[in-house]
Write a protein that binds this ligand. Sequence first.
Ligand SMILES: Cc1ncc(C[n+]2csc(CCOP(=O)(O)OP(=O)(O)O)c2C)c(N)n1
Ligand SMILES: [Mg+2]
Length: 330
Amino acid sequence: MTITKEISIELLRGMKRIRLVEEGIADRYPQGKMRCPMHLSIGQEAAAIGVGLALKPSDLAVSSHRAHAHYLSKGGNLKAMLAEIYGKATGCSSGRGGSMHLVDNKIGFMGSTAIVGNSIPIGVGLALSLQLKKSPDISTVFCGDGSIEEGVFYESANFAAVRKLPVLFVCENNLYSVYSHLSVRQPHTRKIHKMVEAIGVPTMLVDGNDPQAVYEAALVAISFIRNGQGPFFLELTTYRWREHCGPNYDNDIGYRTEEEFQEWKQKDPIPFFEEKLLNDHILDKLTAKHMEDEIKSEIKVAFDFAETSPFPEPDSAFQGMFAEKITDNV
Ligand SMILES: Cc1ncc(C[n+]2csc(CCOP(=O)(O)OP(=O)(O)O)c2C)c(N)n1
Ligand SMILES: [Mg+2]
């Protein structure tokens, strides 16, 4: 499949934007103004944007604790995301949720939650609701390799397969659940996508650091789902660069080796793809620089907005806006 020049540029722009936003968060986090736990997906940008660009704005999505890239790739408002992380009233969850509880029903981002596996049945429930309404839209569940070890994943995947629900499971396999490598959590002879296939859901294993491969696989999966053929599962191989939770690097604590980290750093999706676009004359160096400058100024404006926005009024603490936002859309 050949993708358009516009899509190639958007894949690159999307990855750079996510990277620069999260590096901006990491730089400012030690100031202590963002008080929520912070799970960065630096290194995993290609997976999020490849899927995000293949979805329609009216499609739905849910995510987990590591949700910034998914929210942004689905069309989320950057100012509202940063304001949320700063706990401000202008945040996408009115400052009540922080980094792990992003929601924006206007763009079909129906929520992210901190309890591992928790959003999987919610995404499947959304798919059931779409099916009952005979909607052409699909539901997307962004999840990690650790989350599929939760019992609820098996029930959800089984139910989705039996009812042929319009749901796309996107599993970013970054090899770790906190400090535990996949090999101490799952039998090494059993691949995640093979196990899911055995439940009855078609799957594809894709290089999650290749944005074009992810985008193309997502298009195939989404068209299968929109045709009413049922759910699809993408396993995207990738790697988290920073510590599980927080802005730092933690290779020194010994749960993974420097060699492994360097090996994955070599597979950084951004320079690899930028180089490809330059070589294919889809992009020139000046346009690439211009793109980066634009993103940086957007990010600066968004951080200023977040920092200068007001905190929520204490009296508003118990207003049920989250439930209202969800029910508006369903
Ligand atoms: C039910 C539950 N168990 C444990 C945790 C603690 N926890 C938070 S994130 C995480 C790792 C999840 O790994 P994975 O799904 O691979 O996502 P990743 O962090 O790699 O993006 C764990 C165990 C939790 N939040 N919820
Ligand atoms: Mg993981």
